[in-house]
Write a protein that binds this ligand. Structure first.
Ligand code: ATP
Ligand code: MG
Length: 417
């Protein structure tokens, strides 16, 4: 029987993982310089958290969640995103008492039962942040600056930042009514999904990719024309801040996040290089979410980056190569060199060796194949003479080294080039 990975779930192999690691490192160091700390949230939670935290009428909750009963009959869901868990944790551990603004980041796998295709998986990775405790536009700007810094750092620059404002509890209900009145005339032209959204979540129709729906939404009333004074000022300050920092953006009046507790700023980073799956990061303000999940009313903003999609935009990086390959002939050479290899590794030197007991030619071939910078050759003759031969694999030059001093001389030699 041949067992394979589940459809839509993929391995990230050496050769692919390096870009992911680089993205993770860049994100960690930039987030931390902005004062964000990592939070490790569980991979599964009670289903209700997501049903309420993401919103019962979203695609995720309606169609995409991996939900099952565990052995105690408890309803469990594999996390489809991170925000709900971070907010749950924030409330559970009363993080609001520890600092006026909680700045948290997370990274790890998410699970959604979607139709697998290029750039769309059933297990995929996200790196995300949440800033809880302030509704000031300066935080929106800071969060966007941070996202843009990460993308710049890893060389993903041909992207577009789209922003919008969705209004708040003051102006949104009125806008929603206006929007529904508009769509009412065109109901028959909308896709089935959007006809359902018309009842549950009409703003999401604005975001539909279906051509029929697009024709209708093209002339739909814009949320920006219905913002209350406070929301207008907030949005203006976000735009001013981005301009001041010279972070390019476009306003996309059709960008929505769909939920009642998503408010004001919504944004997405897109690329033209990945075909249909063009969003590489998305986020927004969710000033109503903490309260919805049972915490004190607390504004928040966050985003999540799609790791696989971003990695596809990064230059492919090589798997690191050994600094030195130990070509050891005979058991005695292996025995004598074992402590040296361990010591070098402890000093951060990448050491490889042959594990098959092959002859010199075979071992040199392996060293070459692995791309080692140096090969250290120790056969019976060298052992007897208390010497080792260090071969520079690039220029083929060889140097004789004293066996007893290897542990001292090798690190120095390896550093020289
Ligand atoms: P999409 O419109 O692509 O379905 P989304 O709105 O569902 O995205 P979010 O929940 O906002 O996505 O997640 C943020 C980011 O995570 C997306 O911009 C995308 O890069 C990535 N992402 C979302 N779903 C998947 C998936 N199934 N496979 C790979 N990456 C994904
Ligand atoms: Mg989706």
């Amino acid at each position: 029987m041949k067992i394979q990975a589940i459809r839509g779930v993929k391995d990230i192999l050496p050769g692919e993982i390096e870009a992911v690691q680089r993205l993770e490192q860049a994100a960690r160091s930039i987030f931390e310089s902005f004062g964000f700390s990592e939070i490790r949230i569980p991979i599964f939670e009670v289903t209700e958290l997501f049903a309420r935290g993401i919103g019962a009428t979203t695609d995720i909750v309606e169609k995409e969640m991996y939900t099952f009963e565990d052995r105690d009959g408890k309803k469990i869901t594999l996390r489809p995103e991170g925000t709900a868990s971070v907010v749950r944790s924030y409330i559970e551990h009363q993080l609001y008492l520890k600092a006026p603004v909680a700045k948290l980041y997370y990274l790890g796998p998410m699970f959604r039962h979607e139709r697998p295709q290029a750039g769309r998986f059933r297990q995929f990775y996200q790196i995300g942040i949440e800033a809880l405790g302030t509704d000031r536009p300066a935080m929106d700007v800071e969060v966007l600056a941070m996202l843009s810094a990460v993308l710049n750092q890893i060389g993903v620059t041909e992207v577009q930042l789209e922003i919008n404002s969705l209004g708040d509890s003051v102006c949104r209900p009125e806008y929603r009514k206006t929007l529904k009145a508009y769509f009412k005339t065109y109901l028959s032209q909308l896709c089935e999904n959007c006809r359902r959204r018309y009842e549950t979540n009409p703003m999401r129709i604005l975001d539909c990719k279906n051509e029929g729906c697009r024709a209708v939404t093209a002339k739909a009333p814009s949320p920006l024309d219905h913002l209350c004074a406070d929301c207008l000022v907030h949005f203006q300050q976000v735009k001013d801040g981005l301009n001041q920092l010279k972070i390019p953006f476009v306003v996309n009046e059709h960008l929505v996040r769909g939920l009642d507790y998503y408010m004001r700023t919504a944004f997405e980073v897109t690329t033209t290089k990945l075909g249909a799956q063009n969003a590489i990061a998305a986020g927004g303000r969710y000033d109503g979410l903490v309260k919805e999940l049972g915490g004190p009313p607390t504004p928040g903003i966050g985003f999540a980056m799609g790791v696989e999609r971003i990695a596809l935009l990064m230059e492919r990086m090589e798997t690191p190569k050994p600094d030195i390959f130990f070509a050891l002939l005979g058991e005695e050479a292996v025995r004598r060199m074992l402590p040296v290899t361990i010591q070098l590794r402890g000093e951060g030197v990448r050491v490889e060796m042959d594990y098959s007991g092959g002859g010199l030619k075979k071992q040199m071939g392996l060293s070459d194949k692995l791309g080692a910078r140096y090969t250290l050759i120790i056969g019976e003759n060298e052992l007897k003479a208390g010497k080792a031969m260090l071969r520079n694999m690039a220029d083929k030059s060889q140097t004789e080294l004293s066996l007893s001093e290897l542990a001292q001389t090798l690190p120095e030699r390896l550093r020289k080039t």
